[in-house]
Design a protein around this ligand. Structure first.
Ligand SMILES: *Cc1c(COP(=O)(O)O)cnc(C)c1O
Length: 410
């Protein structure tokens, strides 16, 4: 819910969808009425108890919420400083946080009487979550996916098909996530009457960044209560990985007004942020521009052409970042750091060995930063890290990585 306190950092965005200088609705005239209709519907749904009750019921019995808050005891001991907790959204149905947002948007689509759902996907995780929810509610599902990604993400393509979705392979541009999102926006305009566009992160034109944040905030709301119950106080630091930024904002948002809580977003540093575009760190290595209907930090060349970044983790290689993060970055409320591919793989291995949890490569980036910061912090410093996805999907991709080969008996 939008806070009534005008000094609250939880207020935003304004009616135009701006978070300071970021966000907004930079779209063609044909798209504008669809966004205004969606915005109006969401505002009504947001104030309807029944809407949130139905989502809570699905969260509880279909997704498995609340996700546990888990004290990573052996990891904390190994690092020798702060007390590290994992918020375990990897235990959700479909294995990541994406389902939180998808179920919210699907419930909204049903309220609006839409029968055809479209979605963009890169690694395939958002496509799988959307196909899942569409199967659950008997809705037609069309997933736009770059041809390059279709090739790289075989298992998720098969999952979506098993769930009854149609894959629309996108060959324009470089055939990756950015192009899939452009194609989905185009499709939406041409199928206005029956189609709902379900965006997978806190990006896109207003109201998407705001709406997706509201659906993902369940993570932070639960974590807040779980810390109060377990430790009798709030955590000292929050750490989450950033692709478009939805799992991070879901954890961060309920804590924005708690100025004692340090907030850290971890971008994909790839081969290193100083390597010319061999990374995906929009805040640490990009600059402001407009993409997918909003103004934010983007990976771009000198002429403003959007660049495809690189990350070992397919879920982190979006060339932009949600506009609310751009704002939190510029105001200094949150810090944004970058972690390299190799650091993430090292963290991945440590989590497997010390905690018996195989994390996705995306939250392994967050963990790599926790490994850097925890040792020098006092024992009573509480870190809450969002373990936003499980690693089953990644094991084939990293089986050839030199660090894995060196440290694992294969
Ligand atoms: C999609 C995905 C991400 C990146 O998306 P955000 O919107 O930044 O959360 C991160 N982790 C996992 C497990 C994902 O599936």
């Amino acid at each position: 819910m939008r806070s009534k306190d005008t000094n609250s950092l939880m207020m935003g965005p304004d009616e135009r969808g701006m978070f300071g200088a970021f966000g907004g609705r930079f779209v063609s005239e044909t798209l504008m009425p669809l966004l205004l209709e969606l915005d109006a519907e969401f505002q009504v749904a947001r104030d309807d108890r029944g809407f949130w009750d139905s989502l809570d019921e699905l969260g509880c019995n279909y997704v498995g919420r609340p996700s546990p808050l888990y004290f990573a005891e052996r990891l904390s001991e190994h690092l020798g400083g702060a007390k590290v907790y994992f918020k375990r959204d990897e235990l959700n149905h479909t294995g990541a946080h994406k389902i939180n947002n998808v179920l919210g948007q699907i419930q909204l689509a049903r309220r609006m009487g839409k029968s055809r759902i479209i979605a963009e996907t890169g690694a395939g995780q958002h496509g799988v979550a959307t196909a899942t929810a569409c199967a659950r509610f008997g809705l037609q599902c069309v997933v736009f996916m770059g041809c390059h990604d279709v090739e790289r993400q075989g298992p998720n393509v098969l999952r979506m098909k098993l769930l009854g979705a149609t894959i629309n392979e996108v060959t324009s541009g470089r055939g990756t996530l950015k192009d899939a999102m452009n194609e989905a926006l185009r499709d939406w305009v041409t199928h206005v009457r029956d189609t709902f566009y379900c965006i997978g992160t806190v990006a896109g034109p207003h109201p998407y960044p705001y709406m997706v944040r509201e659906f993902q905030s369940v993570i932070g709301k639960e974590a807040r209560q779980q810390f109060l119950d377990r430790e009798g106080r709030l955590p000292d630091s929050l750490v989450a990985c950033i692709g478009g930024g939805s799992n991070a904002l879901g954890l961060f948002h309920p804590f924005l007004d708690d100025s004692d809580v340090r907030i850290i977003g971890v971008e994909a540093g790839g081969k290193g942020v100083d390597h010319e575009m061999r990374h995906c760190a929009s805040l640490n290595g990009g600059r402001p521009g407009v993409l997918h209907g909003n103004r934010t930090y983007l990976l771009q060349d000198e002429d403003g052409q959007i660049l495809d970044g690189h990350s070992i983790s397919a879920g982190l290689d979006y060339p932009g970042i949600g506009p609310e993060h751009a704002w939190l970055h510029d105001t200094g409320r949150a810090e944004y750091v970058a972690v390299t591919d190799d650091e993430a793989v090292e963290a991945f291995q440590l989590c497997c060995r010390l905690e018996g949890i195989i994390p996705a490569l995306e939250p392994s980036h967050a963990l790599a930063h926790v490994m850097k910061m925890a040792p020098s912090l006092p024992h009573d410093h509480l870190i809450c890290m969002n373990l936003c996805g499980r690693g089953d999907k990644d094991i084939d991709a990293i089986s050839d990585h030199p660090l894995i080969r060196r440290n694992t008996v294969l």
